[in-house]
Structures are given as C-alpha cells and as structure tokens.
Ligand binder design. Structure first.
Ligand code: BMA
Length: 862
C-alpha cells in the first residue's frame, strides 16, 4: 500500500481551505478503507447447517447432519432402526441401492461476495456426487478419498444461495462399470468405486454402503492469494543443526503485486522471523532456514515427540496478513533399511539413525459411519495404544486415509504410522480414468499428510500381491490366460509405477513399499525378507506354538479373535439372544467360520466354559495368551525380527473380532496383555529342546544393567527353586541368558501345579514380569483360590485395589459392571502369598466400588 501525504498551508484559514482539507481527508479515508477491505484475509464459511435430505423420487425432505451419512440421517429421523442392533443389518440393504439428495440454503453478504475469489471445498464426498450451486452443476465427484474444490464465484449471489447434491448409488454405478470389462475382477464390483472397501462388508464389518457429505464443506473467499499447501522437509538433521526447506503452492493471483511468504517459530518467545521470500508468478515459494541445536521428534518409548510450531504467513508489503497457517512439525529422520544378511534381507526402521523395534497394531476405521467418530474416541483409542507401549500403528488399506486429527494425535503421542493406500484383498481396474482418479487421490492424501512426523512409510496395498499369487482367484473366476496377464499388468502399473512415481515426486522423504505382506505366509521366504502377515494360526488352524517358529523380519499382521465383553453384547441384543446360536450373536461375527474356529482352539487348550458369560471370558483369555506368545517370539527374535503389529487394535461396530479394544473402547484381555508384552525392557522364557531359556530384551538405545529374579513356585506359594543376578540386555537385540535343563528342574515336581515366575528390575524397580506354565491351562490342577481384597483411596478419583490369594488364581477378572470405571490391569495371574495392587479410576465411593466388584478366575469358568 502506498502512503499519501497531505500538505496543507494553514496561514489564513479560510473556508475554501477548509473545504479542500475535508475533501482530501475524505479521499484519504476512502483509500484507507478501500485498502483495508482489499487486504482482508481469507474468509471461510462452514456449510454444515440447514441441510435436508431425501431419497430421489420422494417428496418429503428430512433434516440431515453434515458431516454425516445417509444411514445416520435415516436413523436420526427414526426412519430406520439402529443398524447395529440384532440382525437389522439384513433389512437395511435397500439403502445402498437408492440415490439420495442433499440440499441446504445459505446466505452470503456483500463483503464475502465482493472478494475476487470464491471457492467451495469438500474435504470428503461419498462418493458419486453431482454438486449444483443455484441450479448450476459445479462439481462431479467420484472418489470418497479426494479433496474436491470448485470455483463458484460466478454462481454465487448476495443473499440466499442453494446448494444441492445428488448422490448416485455406488452399488448401481459399480455394476455398470463392471459390465464394461470383459472379465471379472476378484473382489466384486466394489473395486470399481474409490470408496472405503470395508463398507461393502469384511470379516469384521457389516455391509453398509453409505453415501453422504462425510467430511467438512466450506466456502472460501479471498482477495488475492491463499495457501494451497505447504511442504516442510528437514534436508539435513543432526544434534547441532537442522536445515529446513519449505515449498509452498498458492491459489489466486500471486503475481498481481509483491506478496510475501514468511515463517516464524511459535515456540520462540521473541517471534523472530526465520525466513521470508516473495511468491513467484507461478504461485510458488520456497524458504530455507536453519534451527540450531534442534530438539528431535522421538517415538513412544524412545523419547519425547517434540513438535515445532511453525507459523506461515502470506502478507502484502505493509504486513497486512492475507493468509496464515500453523503447522506442527517434528524434526526426525526415518529410513526403511533393507540389507542382505545371513537370514535373507533385513526389514527395519531407523528413527533418527537408531534401529527401532516397532511394537503396535493394525488400525481399522473406528465406525462404519465414519463421521460419528468423535475426537474423544480417537483420543481414547490412541492414548490406550500409547499406554500399551506401542510405537507404531498400521492404517490398513481397506479403510480410509484417516482424519487429520488422528495423525495429529499420533504426532503428539509419538506413534509412528505405517500408511497403506486404500486398496485391499482384490484386483483393481487399470483403465485410464481409474488410474487418473487414483493418481489424484494419492496426490491429495500425500499432500495432506506429508508434514506429519508420525508417517513412517507409504505402502501400496493390503494383501493384493499375496492374494493374486496364493489365494486361487484365477481358478475361482476361471480367468483366461490373456485376461489374467492384463489384470496383473494393471496391478504392476498401479503399484510399481504410478503410485511410487507420485510418492517420489510429492514426498521423497519416506520409503514406498509395494504390498503388505511382500510374500504370502505359506512360503518360507516370507520369514526371510520383507514384511509378513502370518495367518497360520487362525486361518491355517495351526496351534499357538507355531508362532514360536514362524517369525519373519517384520510381522505386520497376525491375530486371533476374542469376543467383546458381555456389556457390549447387551448393547446390541436382548437377554434371550445371549447364546452362541442366536441370530443376533451370529450376525455379529463376520468370519465365515469364526465361532467354530474359536471353539476348536478352545478345546485344545481350555476346559469347556459353563455358560455364555464364561465363554466370552475364556475366548478373551485365549486370545490374549495366544497373541502374547506371538509377541514374545517376535521380541525374542530381535534383531532378526524388528517389528510386531498384531491384527487389530479397534472395531468399527460391536462384533466378535481380532480387536483388543471393542467398539465401545472397552479393553479386552488382550489389551492388558499387550501392555505388559510391549514394555521397553522385557523378560520372558521359551522352551528350546529340553531347555527353558530365559530372555531379556531391551529396546533402549543404550545398554543397561538390570537384575533378574526367577523362581519355580507351586500353586500354594512354596518356592521350589530360585535364582537372581545381573543381566545386561544388549541394545541391539535380545539376550538369551539363562538355559535351564527342564528335566533337572522339574524332577520330582508335579508340573500340574507349578509355575515359573520371572521379574526384571532396573534401579530396584520391577520393569517387567512374566510367567510360564509347563502344561496347557486345561491340564493345570488349580485349587479354588480364596481371594481377599481391600480398596483405599489413593488420590482424587483413583483407588488402589490390593489383592491377595492363598492359591494361584489364573486370569483374575475384575468386573465392576460399570463402563465408566477403568483399571490399570485385568485378567492377570494372581500369585499366591504376594500382594498385587491395581489402580481403579472412578468417581464412585469406596462403598459403591465394593458393592459392584466381582472377582473371578479361570477355575470359575467351568
Ligand atoms: C488380514 C487383514 C484383513 C482381515 C484380517 C482377518 O489379512 O488384512 O483383510 O480382516 O486378515 O482375517
């Protein structure tokens, strides 16, 4: 803005001078006001109110929620029963066949209207959507995962405007697209639609093919320029300095005048500018700056996930701010290391140049109706993951690229993310329209997510290469040779060329991995290189002990089902349905042979539970003990194996599944077991030939000195053998340090009534404890334990529950029957003649807790 000077000679102040002064003053004020209005920053108007919807052909409009889905809108209007209850899913399939319309009226004022640029932005449209503004078609969307934007300046008017969206049935549309191919693709018609694949039904998900405006909609107006996206890269990073480069793209007309782009660090009290530049005519700008002695972002268990808060500003010469964006950014390096070695080829991550053993789980969408996932739900699930000592989650490819909030939480909790692109267990089309659509989707999502330090890797898909090579698709579909060549060529084009090329171009800082897993679990090479999904246990019906042998280089999937808690069952079915053969309970199991598989494994290791409630409990205990075995094997195989992510952390509806937290965020026994199996320092034992070998594992970045305590005890607490001493777990791997000849140890001892207890101490504090039995649970001879307890207030809303037993109580289950109460541990073994203290988080009184508490153990289940 140029400044104007007024010079007035004021000697004899006559009327004409005064008039002239006023005239100039008027002109001056006009210019100032005009400049202020011109320099207005970007203004945004959320369009999430006044929406209504109806089925195409219906007359009646009903109120709708945006963001939302058609199913939840029908539910809110009481037009359908709750889709998650009983067997309602079956009766609600008609919704996916219909087309639906959404409409809202909104007003804009002249200030908004008079801006040079007006755009409408949809963060998510699900899926085939024609968008009309004041009866003009402004957008034709066909991908749920893309960010849709349309210029709407010429269609807007001052006052009321009408926004109308027509959603075409994704199922019907896919049918038409499928007919255009001369062959059938494995994975059904859903592969033609760029929409969350689990919504078409999965082995843990119901089928609800939704539609709707599933993420935010907003109108954006601005006078000149707007930040389109920013890419921050640490080109050089050491303890002494970080060299950072920033590349930004802008929309609007940056060449109209000199527009500045600058950055400062919000954490710096003096708010000094770190760098500044001028946006070029093509709408780009680059900045470089240095940070001395940077604080690194570290993952959970290793260090603090420090985040810098960079503020980017777009301004005119005079410092009128036109646009502004704050980005929390972590300084860290991440590498995927694959080197030939004596076992095959390594597969591990180096974070800040240190190899890190990844401990975590697979993440699926937290609801079938995604807009319902609240910030609170994300927070609770991810805090639980952190508290369970996880440092990595895999966002699985049959779901969605998650909400920004999910990644921000992972950034601040120090949880790395293995990010799949959204393709799973199917073959996808290869025509140019499809490839173009996918390319835009991939670009949109990498641009949206690349500044998050949590993202460790981009992975092409879930189980597609494995499926094509091992699952008999070609035979099932009687695929002609030429068609099969074409289908696989399309696969290679997408996952070996198109997507990796975009990754290289848009985010060269992370590795790309074609498919998870790289080799199917039936092949021995899957244990020698790449990442593995090991499903010999569960799908292959192999015993849990198979986990000890089938340890690959990085275990990205393995799992076993556990039923959700009784209170969760009660939420979707009536009391009479609480049996394994009721239709409601059967419908909340989506694996074709789910309950049969649980039963077969249960017969191998446990006594038959006496009732439905006990069945739930034993299924959870079995899941926890099975997966614990896998985790122990993976950790003992460090550094040959460098990661373990079990299937799966969460659920999208109340269901019997592989999850450790159910749909209502209720932890299963597995969640507690994982917390203990993922500790930084870990003690466990394996039986190797006729030896019992104790292992101590450390995930520290330096070597530590620890103390071990091991003992063989009978069920009433008599110590039959004991030892203790120093151990120095190596930071690189596990230390198998104590082989004990089992024959010697168990001579003259009844293995039906003994357990081997292990403790690891660091600076006098127990950092890991574990137990090993010598027989299956069904063969152990338990007494009926007498468990005593006391409850005392520890601090506001935290109680300490102290437990004591005269004889071993296996898998003690504390049940308060109250969802608001959470516990520091559950389903644990209570050892005889030792006190165990559990923290109870609740706002109830001691008396109320005493009234509610029920304590059971394995002997009570049969
Ligand atoms: C894995 C996943 C999912 C599936 C799970 C359990 O292979 O990739 O497709 O739900 O197994 O069967």
């Amino acid at each position: 803005m140029k400044l104007f000077y007024l010079r007035v000679v004021c000697s004899p102040m006559d009327e004409s001078v005064l008039r002239l002064m006023l005239k100039y003053l008027f002109i001056f004020l006009f210019i100032v006001l005009w400049q202020i209005s011109f320099a207005q920053p970007v203004t945004e108007q959320l369009l999430n109110s006044n929406w209504q919807f109806r089925k195409v052909g219906d007359k009646e409009w009903l109120p709708a929620t945006v963001p939302g889905t058609v199913h939840t809108d029908l539910l809110a209007n009481k037009k359908i029963p709750d889709p998650f209850l009983e067997t309602n899913e079956k009766d609600l399939q008609w919704i996916e066949d219909a087309d639906w319309e959404y409409e809202t009226a909104f007003s804009i004022d002249s200030t908004f209207f008079n801006q040079s640029f007006c755009e409408i932005e949809f963060s998510g449209l699900d899926t085939y959507a024609k968008v009309f503004l004041n009866n003009s078609l402004i957008l034709n969307a066909d991908n749920m995962f893309r960010w849709w934007k349309a210029d709407c300046k010429k269609y807007l008017k001052i006052g009321e405007n009408l926004l109308f969206i027509r959603f075409e049935s994704a199922v019907m549309k896919a049918k038409v697209l499928a007919k255009q191919l001369p062959y059938t693709l494995p994975g059904d018609d859903k592969v033609f639609t760029r929409k969350a694949q689990y919504q078409f039904g999965w082995d843990w998900a119901p089928r609800f093919v939704t539609c709707g405006i599933w993420r935010e909609v907003k109108l954006i107006a601005y006078p000149q320029v707007r930040i389109e996206n920013i890419k921050i890269v640490a080109d050089e990073l050491s303890n002494s300095k970080a060299m950072i480069s920033v590349h930004a793209e802008f929309s609007g007309k940056p060449s109209a005048s000199e527009i500045h782009f600058s950055v400062y660090n919000k954490n710096d009290k003096r708010q000094r500018m770190l760098a500044e530049t001028i946006i070029n005519a093509a709408g780009h700008a680059s900045l470089n700056f240095e940070i001395k002695n940077p604080q690194l972002w570290q993952c959970n268990g290793i260090g603090n996930p420090y985040l810098y808060e960079f503020v980017f500003e777009v301004s005119e010469e005079t410092k009128n701010i036109l646009d502004r964006e704050e980005i929390k950014f972590g300084l860290r390096t991440i590498e995927l290391v694959q080197e030939n070695d004596s076992h095959g080829k390594s597969f591990y991550f180096k974070l800040n140049r240190n190899p890190v053993f990844m401990k975590g789980a697979n993440w699926i969408p937290a609801d079938n109706f995604l807009p319902r996932v609240s910030k609170g739900k994300y927070l609770e699930l991810l805090v639980n993951a952190k508290e369970a000592n996880m440092n990595m989650l895999r966002v699985w490819g049959g779901g969605v690229y998650e909400d920004d909030y999910f990644y921000s939480l992972c950034d601040s909790l120090g949880i790395l993310v293995w990010q799949d692109f959204m393709f799973a267990c199917a073959m996808y089309p290869g025509d140019s329209d499809f490839v173009k659509n996918v390319s835009e989707e991939v670009k949109d999502n990498i641009k949206r997510l690349r500044n998050h330090p949590c993202i460790a890797l981009w992975c092409g898909n879930n189980e597609i290469d494995e499926g094509w090579k091992n699952w008999g698709w070609k035979e099932q579909l009687e695929c002609l040779e030429k068609d099969s060549i074409k289908i696989y060529d399309d696969y290679k084009n997408l996952f070996r060329k198109i997507i990796p090329d975009i990754v290289k171009d848009v985010d060269s800082t992370r590795a790309y991995w074609e498919s998870s897993p790289s080799i199917g679990w039936g092949h021995k090479e899957s244990l020698e290189q790449g990442n593995s999904h090991y499903w010999g246990v569960w799908w292959g019906m192999e015993p849990f002990s198979a986990y000890e042998k089938k340890t690959g280089r990085f275990m990205s999937e393995y799992g076993f089902q556990g039923m959700p808690s009784l209170s969760t069952f009660r939420k979707f079915c009536g009391e009479k349905d609480l049996t394994l053969i009721s239709d409601a309970v059967k419908n909340h199991q989506k694996h074709p042979a789910g309950y049969e598989t649980i039963q077969k494994y249960l017969e191998r290791d446990y006594k038959q539970p006496k009732d439905f409630e006990s069945y739930i409990y034993v299924s959870q205990v079995m899941q926890a003990e099975g997966i614990k075995k896998a985790i122990e094997a993976h950790r003992m195989a460090k550094p040959r194996c460098m990661g373990t992510l079990y299937w799966q952390l969460n659920d999208c509806w109340p269901v019997t599944s592989w999850s450790s937290m159910d749909y209502y965020n209720k932890p299963k026994a597995l969640q507690y077991a994982v917390k203990k199996a993922y500790t930084k320092y870990f003690i466990c034992a394996e039986i190797n030939d006729s030896n019992l070998v104790v292992n101590v594992i450390s995930d520290d970045t330096t070597n530590v000195d620890a103390i071990f305590r091991i003992r063989l005890t009978d069920f009433t607490g008599n110590i039959l053998w004991r030892d203790s001493g120093k151990v120095t777990p190596d930071r690189k791997g596990s230390a198998a340090f104590y082989p004990l000849l089992l024959e010697d140890m168990l001579r003259d001892i009844s293995e039906y009534r003994v357990f081997f207890r292990m403790e690891l101490l660091l600076n006098g504090k127990v950092v890991s404890e574990n137990v090993r039995y010598f027989l299956k649970p069904k063969d152990l001879l338990f007494d009926k334990p007498q468990i005593q307890y006391s409850i005392a207030s520890a601090s506001p809303e935290i109680y300490s529950l102290t437990l004591f037993t005269n004889s071993l109580a296996k898998n003690v289950f504390l049940d308060f029957g109250d969802e608001s109460i959470s516990l520091s541990d559950n389903y644990f073994d209570l050892f005889p003649k030792e006190q165990k203290v559990i923290l109870v988080f609740s706002d109830a009184s001691v008396e109320a807790l005493k009234e509610k508490i029920k304590i059971k153990s394995l002997v009570d289940s049969y």
